[in-house]
Design a protein around this ligand. Structure first.
Ligand code: CDT
Length: 304
């Protein structure tokens, strides 16, 4: 067996006024708790350092950029990296990334990184499926302006050999798309790390509000099973700035079974010893791609 002890570190609500340094302290407390329970890897949510700001239509670029990181680590996030080094932990988390490309153009992405036990970035991913809308839709009780504030990620769906296994990442809305997990599965990912901010209320189809937890787990459990990978899904949960976000953070086995699940909507850690060799149970059998997949029949999947 190839065991990796993994913690899902759910975060409760982060008010707009809460500083990054305060959030970093909360994250470090979760790291300490995870380490005391033997964790080697701690997974945090999407946009972990701030409130989920796409719920607001912001017109002043300064107000928007206040939620973005131009450096990682920065002065405020450095303590997180130091804590992980001290505890000998790897960790992943999401943040809003503002960067300059080779041509000097400013780019903004919804990003996550996997950081190794020496503080080095092992893997970076930029969110590809950006949900919501780009224009101010005043009929909504709150906005979902990811299409306004972020560009579609430009790094594809990379998978890294790291921590004794093959690791991929995706972010929130990505988990609803089978293509996300299949692209990672085709690269033989054994572990998929993902964070999410999912409002209970979905303004375009409010009749589905009671299904949010179901759809969350349905998507992640299907992704795990159909690709024979461990999946760690971590929420920013609870009542944040007048908006209820689902919890349900969980660690899912390659069989699709939930091995552990959070039971609060606040800061909470769950830990599972994940045997990466268990991916073989699925990848060598029912979803043995080489033996059973029929890519010649799937042309439509990549047509626009
Ligand atoms: N953060 C994120 O991607 N949230 C979406 C909300 C629903 S679409 C407005 C999600 O897929 O969970």
């Amino acid at each position: 067996s190839r065991n990796l002890v993994i913690a899902a570190a759910q975060l409760g609500p982060i008010p707009r006024a809460e500083s990054r340094s305060s959030v970093v302290i909360r994250m470090m407390q979760l790291m300490e708790k995870a380490a005391s329970r033997g964790a080697e890897l701690v997974v945090f949510p999407e946009l972990a350092l701030t409130t989920f700001f796409p719920r607001w239509y912001l017109q002043d670029q300064k107000d928007i950029d206040a939620f973005f990181e131009t450096q990682m680590p920065s002065e405020e996030t450095q303590p997180l990296f130091e804590a992980a080094i001290r505890l000998g932990l790897s960790f992943s988390f999401g943040y809003a990334e503002k960067t300059q490309d080779a041509k000097g153009e400013t780019r903004r992405f919804n990003t996550s990184v996997l950081v190794g036990p020496s503080g080095e970035v092992l893997l970076k991913y930029r969110k590809i499926h950006l949900p919501g809308h780009s224009d101010h839709e005043i009929w909504r009780p709150f906005q979902h302006l990811e299409k306004r504030y972020f560009e579609v990620g430009d790094l594809g769906f990379p998978v890294a050999e790291a921590l004794g296994g093959r690791i991929g990442m995706c972010i929130c809305n990505d988990r609803r798309w089978p293509e996300t997990f299949r692209i990672l599965g085709l690269q033989r990912a054994e572990l998929v790390l993902l964070g999410y901010n999912t409002p209970v209320h979905y303004p375009p189809a409010p009749d589905h509000d009671h299904l949010q937890d179901f759809h969350n787990h349905l998507s992640m459990q299907a992704g795990a099973y159909q690709n024979g990978a461990w999946v760690v899904g971590v929420a920013k949960a609870g009542h944040e700035e007048g908006c209820d976000l689902i919890g349900g953070s969980c660690i899912i086995a390659p069989t699709g079974e939930i091995a552990a699940k959070c039971v609060t909507l606040g800061d909470e850690v769950i830990v599972v010893e994940c045997d990466l060799d268990r991916c073989r149970e699925i990848q060598d059998n029912i979803f043995n791609f080489a033996a059973h997949r029929q890519p010649d029949q799937y042309g439509l999947l990549v047509e626009k």
